[in-house]
Design a protein around this ligand. Structure first.
Ligand SMILES: *Cc1c(COP(=O)(O)O)cnc(C)c1O
Length: 362
C-alpha cells in the first residue's frame, strides 16, 4: 500500500513540491523560546477576563463576517493607514503573500526579492509555479545592492518584488531612497513587508498612494498577537479588489476578529510591551558585543543576528539547547549567513539566561 501510494505521489505531485521541505517548527517544550520573534509578554489578567467574557457571547455556529469591517476600521485608526488606501486581511501575512502570488502567477512570471531574506517568498513562488529570483545583499553590511537589484529588475521584469523592511533574518533597515528607486524601476508590484514595524521608525505606510505599484504589508504577529494569525495589506483599491477574488471566504475566523478588536482597543498595552522589547534589544546587543568571538549585527527588529567563530555555529546551537535555550541556526541557510544564529529579544530574565549560556558555549 505504502509503495503504491509512493508511486502515485511520484506520478502526480509536482516535482518542485516534492523537492521542498515543509516549513520546520522545532519542538520548544520546556525551553526558553527565542527562535520565532514572538513577544514574550502575555496579556494582563484584566484583558484575559474581558476576552473570556467576549468569547462567552460569540456564536461559533455562525460564519464570521466575510469582510470584517469593524476590525478593518480599528486597524485603520490604530495603524494610521492613509485615507486613500484600502485594506485586505489575511490569515497571517503569509496568506497575503500567497494571495498575491496566486493572482499574479504564470510560468513566465517572476517573484523577485533579496537574499538572505524571508523564506516564504521563495516557498510561495514555488507553490504558485512562478519563477524566483533572489538578489544577494551586500556581504559586509547586508545593505541593498542597488545596482544589482535594478539590473535584476530590468532583466527579469518581475511581477512582484517583496522586500522586508526591516529585513528578516538580518535585522537591518534598508535605505528608504534605495527602496524608492526599486519602486520606481519595478514594472509590476512592490510589496514592502513591514512585519517588524513596531520595532523601528522606518515605514512606507504613510507613502502608500504615492506610486501605483506600492503595497505595504503588516502583521500583528510580532507585536504580540502571533496566535491570532492576522496580517493586513494596504494599498490602492485596484490591486486589492483583484486579490480579494482569490481570498478564501471567511479567512479571518470569528475568534480572531473579536480578539484583535479587543487587543486594538487596548493597544497601549501592546505598545508598552514593544517599547520594552526595543529597549531590551539595545542591552542585549551590548551584552553580545561584549562576548569574545561574538559579533552581533545592528537590528531594528525584535531579534538580533549574530556571528560566532568559524565552524562553531552548530556547537553553539546545541550548547544553548542543552542549556534549555532555543534560538535559530542560520549557518547553511545562505552563504552570507555562514556561522550565524538569530535570537529573539525576550524578557530581561530570558535574555540574561541566554547571554550567560552563550558565554559558556562560545
Ligand atoms: C514573521 C514574518 C512574516 C509572517 O507573519 P505572519 O503574519 O505571522 O504570517 C512575514 N514577513 C516577515 C518578514 C516575517 O518575519
Amino acid at each position: 500500500m505504502t509503495d503504491e501510494a509512493a508511486e502515485r505521489v511520484a506520478e502526480w505531485v509536482r516535482p518542485e513540491i516534492r523537492a521542498l521541505s515543509a516549513y520546520h517548527v522545532p519542538d520548544a517544550g520546556g525551553l526558553i523560546k527565542l527562535d520565532a520573534m514572538e513577544n514574550p509578554y502575555a496579556w494582563p489578567d484584566e484583558l484575559r477576563t474581558q476576552w473570556a467574557e467576549l468569547a462567552r457571547t460569540l456564536d461559533v455556529n455562525r460564519y464570521p463576517h466575510p469582510q470584517a469591517p469593524a476590525l478593518k476600521e480599528q486597524l485603520r485608526a490604530a495603524m494610521a493607514v492613509p485615507p486613500g488606501a484600502e485594506l485586505l486581511l489575511g490569515n497571517g501575512s503569509d496568506e497575503i503573500i500567497q494571495m498575491i502570488a496566486l493572482a499574479l502567477a504564470g510560468p513566465e512570471r517572476t517573484v523577485l526579492t533579496v537574499e538572505p531574506g524571508f523564506v516564504m517568498y521563495r516557498m510561495i513562488a514555488v507553490f504558485a509555479g512562478m519563477r524566483y529570483c533572489g538578489v544577494p545583499l551586500r556581504s559586509d553590511d547586508f545593505a541593498l545592492d542597488t545596482p544589482a537589484l535594478l539590473e535584476a529588475i530590468a532583466r527579469h521584469r518581475p511581477a512582484v518584488v517583496f522586500i522586508a523592511q526591516p529585513n528578516n533574518p538580518t535585522g537591518n533597515r534598508f535605505d528608504e531612497a534605495a527602496l524608492v528607486q526599486v519602486i520606481e524601476a519595478a514594472p509590476g508590484l512592490v510589496v514592502i513587508d513591514e512585519a517588524y514595524a513596531p520595532f523601528t521608525d522606518a515605514s512606507l505606510l504613510p507613502r502608500v498612494g504615492q506610486w501605483p505599484n506600492l503595497l505595504v504589508m503588516r502583521t500583528v504577529s510580532k507585536m504580540g498577537l502571533a496566535g491570532l494569525r492576522l496580517g493586513y495589506l494596504a494599498g490602492p483599491a485596484a490591486w486589492l479588489n483583484e486579490f480579494d477574488k482569490v481570498r478564501l471566504p471567511y479567512n479571518i475566523n470569528v475568534l480572531t476578529q473579536r480578539a484583535a478588536e479587543l487587543a486594538l482597543r487596548h493597544k497601549a498595552v501592546l505598545d508598552a510591551q514593544t517599547a520594552a522589547i526595543r529597549e531590551e534589544r539595545g542591552r542585549l546587543h551590548a551584552a553580545l558585543a561584549a562576548i569574545d568571538g561574538v559579533t552581533p549585527f545592528p537590528s531594528e527588529a525584535n531579534f538580533i543576528l549574530f556571528r560566532v567563530p568559524a565552524g562553531r555555529a552548530k556547537a553553539v546551537f546545541d550548547g544553548l539547547r542543552a542549556r534549555r535555550i532555543l534560538v535559530k541556526i542560520l549557518d547553511g541557510a545562505h552563504p552570507l549567513l555562514a556561522d550565524c544564529l538569530r535570537v529573539t529579544v525576550g524578557t530581561p530574565d530570558e535574555n540574561a539566561a541566554f547571554v550567560a549560556a552563550l558565554r559558556e558555549c562560545v
